[in-house]
Design a protein around this ligand. Structure first.
Ligand code: AMP
Length: 527
C-alpha cells in the first residue's frame, strides 16, 4: 500500500487523543475537520467490548462507560508503549474497572471479558473509527494518516502508535508532535517571524514546546513534558474529594467499589467541565452504592470554583515546573514569546488559562480551537507529504524530547544524543570487547535524563555477535544510533577493522513484534 503522490487513497491528519480524537483533511487547499453522521467533530477515544468479536467506538462507547465500566476501555493512550511493571501502569490500574495484565514482552495489556488485547490493538479501534468517519464524510477511501503524539512520548510510545496505525489498516505517513501540529495550524497563512509557546494540557499528558516560526520553517527549540499529568488527574482529585464526602456522610468504604468509583469520576469530570462556565455546580449521583444496611446511597453536594481550585492547584503548579524547564532549555525569557497557544481540552478550564496568561504576561491566542487545532496541523502535514515536492510547504524541524544513551558498567548510562537535539540525527560510539576471545557484546539502549539505568526507560537491547576471537579490547565496533523524523530510534553497527556491517534489531523491552502487528491487522480479519 502506498500513499505517495500517485496513490488513490486520501491522507488525513488524526489527533489520537487520550480522551478524544479528531480527524481532519485538506480539501481544495483548506484544512477541514470531518464530522460523523450526527455532526460530532470530536470522538471519545473509548472502545466498548462485549459484542462478541465486535466493538463499539466513540460516542456510543462513552455512553456505556457508567453502566458497563468493566467492558469500556478509555484513556488507553496512558498505557501505550508502557512496561507492565511501570508506576504509570500501576496508577492506571487503580483508576479503571477493566483488567490490565502483562503481555509476552513485558508490555501492559488490556483484559476485558477474559480476552486480552494489546494496547495498540485498542488504539487501532479508535483509528479505524476515525478512518471510517473520514471515509463517510469524504466518500473516498482513506489509506494514509499523519498521527500526532505528545511531544514527550518516547521511542516505545511512538513505535506502538505506528503499530496501531498498521493494525487499523492505515499507512502511518509520519508521527508528529501535537504542539508542533498546533503551531503548523496556527502559522498557516501567517508570514511572520515569531517565537511561539505551546501549552498542551490534554486528558492524560502535559507538554510544553517552544518554537521559532519563520516563513516556511517551524523549528522546535525545546520541549518538555509529563506523560502522566492531565485532565484525568483533575477528575481524580475531584472524585477523591467526592468519595471522602460520601464516605463520611454514610460511613462506608468505597475504595474497592469500582462501579461507584467510575460513577464518581464521571460526575467529577462533568462537574469540572461545568465549572468552566459556571461559578458553582450541583453534583448529583443517584444510586451510587449501598450502605452497610443495604440502603441505597446517592450523592448530592455542591462544588464551587474556589473549592475546585484548591483541589487541582497542585496539578496546575506541576505544569509550570515543566514550563520553566522548556523555557530555560530554549534560552528565552517570557518577554521574547510572541504568541502563546493553548492546546488540549483542559485548557478550557479558566484557572488554567489564567495561570498561563499570568506566567507569560500576555493573553493566550484566543482564535484557535484547542480541541481541533492539532488535527488541523496533522492534516496540513499529511497534505504536504502526499503532494510531492511543494516549495510553499512548511518545513518542520523537530527535536528529540528525551536523551538517548547506552548502558555502561555499574548501572550507569552514557548519553549519546542529548534531549532537544534536532531530528533526524545520529551519533556513534565505539565498543570494545572486555574479555579475551569474546565473540559477542550486548548493548542496552536507554531513554531518559538520569545517569542511572534504573531511573530511565530501557528501550531495548541488542547483541552484536560473530566477533573475531581476539585479545580483549582489540575488536572495535562502531555502533550508530539514529533517530528518524518520527522520533523513532534505529541502530547499526560496523566492525572497524573489517568494515563488516551488522544488521541490528533493537529487541524492544515491551511492545509488539512486527509479526504480531501483522497478525492483528483488522483488514486481515475482514474488519
Ligand atoms: P484532550 O485529551 O485534549 O481531548 O482533553 C480532554 C480533557 O479536557 C479531559 O480531561 C476533559 O475533561 C477536559 N475538558 C474538555 N473540555 C473541558 C472544559 N470545558 N472544561 C474543563 N475541562 C475540559
Amino acid at each position: 500500500m502506498s500513499t505517495g503522490p500517485d496513490s488513490k487513497g486520501l491522507a488525513v491528519g488524526i489527533d489520537l487523543g487520550t480522551s478524544n480524537s479528531v480527524v481532519a483533511v485538506v480539501r481544495d487547499g483548506e484544512p477541514v475537520v470531518l464530522a460523523d453522521a450526527q455532526g460530532n467533530r470530536t470522538q471519545p477515544s473509548v472502545v466498548a467490548y462485549g459484542y462478541g468479536n465486535a466493538s463499539v467506538v466513540g460516542h456510543r462507547a462513552r455512553q456505556q462507560l457508567t453502566y458497563a465500566p468493566e467492558n469500556t476501555v478509555f484513556s488507553v493512550k496512558r498505557l501505550i508503549g508502557r512496561r507492565y511493571g511501570s508506576e504509570e501502569v500501576e496508577r492506571m490500574r487503580r483508576m479503571v474497572a477493566w483488567g490490565i495484565t502483562e503481555g509476552p514482552h513485558g508490555d501492559a495489556r488490556v483484559r476485558v471479558q477474559g480476552k486480552v488485547y494489546a494496547v495498540p490493538e485498542v488504539s487501532a479501534r479508535v483509528l479505524a473509527h476515525m478512518k471510517a468517519i473520514a471515509e463517510a464524510a469524504t466518500g473516498e477511501p482513506v489509506t494514509g494518516a499523519v498521527i500526532t503524539v505528545p511531544a514527550y512520548f518516547n521511542d516505545q510510545q511512538r513505535q506502538a502508535t505506528r503499530d496501531a496505525a498498521t493494525i487499523a489498516g492505515l499507512e502511518c505517513l509520519r508521527i508528529i508532535n501535537e504542539p508542533t501540529a498546533a503551531a503548523l495550524a496556527y502559522g498557516y497563512g501567517r508570514e511572520q517571524r515569531q517565537h511561539i509557546a505551546v501549552y498542551d494540557l490534554g486528558g492524560g499528558t502535559f507538554d510544553m514546546t517552544i518554537l521559532r516560526m519563520e516563513p516556511g520553517v517551524y523549528e522546535v527549540l525545546s520541549t518538555a513534558g509529563d506523560t502522566f499529568l492531565g485532565g484525568d488527574d483533575f477528575d481524580d482529585a475531584i472524585a477523591t474529594w467526592l468519595r471522602q464526602v460520601v464516605e463520611q456522610q454514610h460511613d462506608v468504604d468505597l475504595s474497592d467499589n469500582h462501579a461507584a468509583r467510575t460513577k464518581l469520576r464521571d460526575a467529577a469530570e462533568r462537574a469540572k467541565v461545568a465549572l468552566s462556565g459556571l461559578p458553582a455546580v450541583e453534583v448529583r449521583v443517584p444510586n451510587l452504592a449501598r450502605d452497610r444496611s443495604g440502603k441505597g446511597i446517592s450523592v448530592h453536594t455542591r462544588l464551587d470554583r474556589s473549592q475546585a481550585l484548591k483541589l487541582v492547584m497542585p496539578l496546575i503548579q506541576r505544569t509550570f515546573v515543566v514550563v520553566d524547564d522548556a523555557m530555560s532549555q530554549a534560552g528565552l525569557s517570557t518577554a521574547q514569546i510572541d504568541a502563546v497557544l493553548l492546546v488540549g481540552g483542559m485548557t478550557r478550564f479558566p484557572p488554567v488559562r489564567e495561570a498561563v496568561g499570568k506566567y507569560f504576561g500576555q493573553e493566550p491566542v484566543g482564535s484557535i480551537n484547542p480541541d481541533e487545532v492539532v488535527a488541523v496541523g496533522a492534516a496540513l502535514q499529511a497534505h504536504t507529504l502526499t503532494q510531492g515536492f511543494d516549495p510553499e510547504a512548511a518545513v518542520l524541524l523537530d527535536v528529540t524530547p528525551q536523551t538517548l544513551g547506552v548502558g555502561t558498567v555499574g548501572g550507569f548510562v552514557e548519553p549519546l544524543i542529548p534531549r532537544n537535539t534536532a531530528i533526524p540525527t545520529d551519533a556513534s560510539k565505539i565498543f570494545h570487547t572486555a574479555h579475551d576471545n569474546q565473540t559477542e557484546v550486548r548493548i542496552l539502549v536507554y531513554q531518559g535524563e538520569s545517569r542511572m539505568q534504573a531511573d530511565n526507560e530501557l528501550l531495548g537491547h541488542f547483541v552484536l555477535d560473530g566477533l573475531r576471537p581476539a585479545p580483549r579490547g582489540e575488536v572495535r565496533i562502531r555502533v550508530t544510533f539514529s533517530i528518524d523524523a518520527d522520533g523513532i530510534v534505529h541502530a547499526s553497527a560496523v566492525d572497524e577493522e573489517t568494515g563488516r556491517a551488522q544488521e541490528i534489531t533493537i529487541e524492544a523491552s515491551s511492545g509488539l513484534t512486527q509479526e504480531e502487528v501483522q497478525e492483528m491487522r483488522f483488514d486481515d480479519l475482514g474488519f
